[in-house]
Design a binder for this molecule. Structure first.
Ligand code: AR6
Length: 173
């Protein structure tokens, strides 16, 4: 089972093998954490996303799935792109959010990544309440069958950090 670490900060600065991107199905970039990753990582990430779209996902990456690209100029080696659920649009957003985490860890295993950083997927533009998303994300990671040694949740704001900390503390009790 991976060790869980919580960090408050910017995922693009993390020195880990892979960082996870809360992308959209187009894989063509966007705002939030996706925008930050493409901006700091540079154009090599988008070029690889375009190749993946053309070769594997002409209709876009489905919600809950994950694919890897280079991390370009970022300190990480790879970016694992996943598409979180739009909270208000899905009848079972929790299973899709859990799938984002298990699929990202499966891709990490394929790459040989041992340290992986996740943002709070879907809790921004996609409207998933952070207090609901945190236990789903944590549970998915804790129960995943993966060789990843460290999962680092990188939370951008105090509310998200506190929500994840509450869940981690309750797991430790
Ligand atoms: N590092 C870590 N976390 C961040 C960063 C950062 N640099 N920037 C934002 N966050 P969001 P979503 C947090 O909206 O809800 C994009 O346009 C943010 O505070 O980035 O999955 C995509 O292209 C929030 O807690 O992702 C999609 O269209 C969390 O990351 C759509 O948004 C997720 O917020 C995906 O929406």
């Amino acid at each position: 089972m991976a060790q869980i670490v919580l960090v408050r900060g910017d995922i693009t600065a993390q020195e880990v093998d892979a960082i996870v991107n809360a992308a959209n199905s187009s894989l063509m970039g966007g705002g939030g954490v996706d925008g930050a990753i493409h901006r700091r990582g540079g154009p090599a990430i988008l070029e690889e996303c375009k190749r993946i779209r053309a070769a594997q996902y002409p209709d876009g990456l489905p919600t809950g799935k994950a694919v890897a690209t280079t991390a370009g100029n970022l300190p990480a080696k790879w970016v694992i792109h996943t598409v979180g659920p739009v909270y208000a649009r899905e009848s079972d957003p929790a299973s899709l959010l859990a799938s984002c985490h298990t699929e990202a860890l499966r891709v990490a295993d394929e790459l040989g990544a041992k340290t992986v950083a996740f943002p709070a997927i879907s809790t921004g533009v996609y409207g998933y309440p952070t207090g609901e998303a945190a236990p789903v994300a944590m549970e998915a990671v804790l129960t995943a069958d993966s060789a990843v040694e460290e999962v680092r949740f990188v939370l951008f704001d105090a509310d998200a950090y506190e929500a994840f900390e509450r869940v981690l503390r309750s797991e430790e009790d």
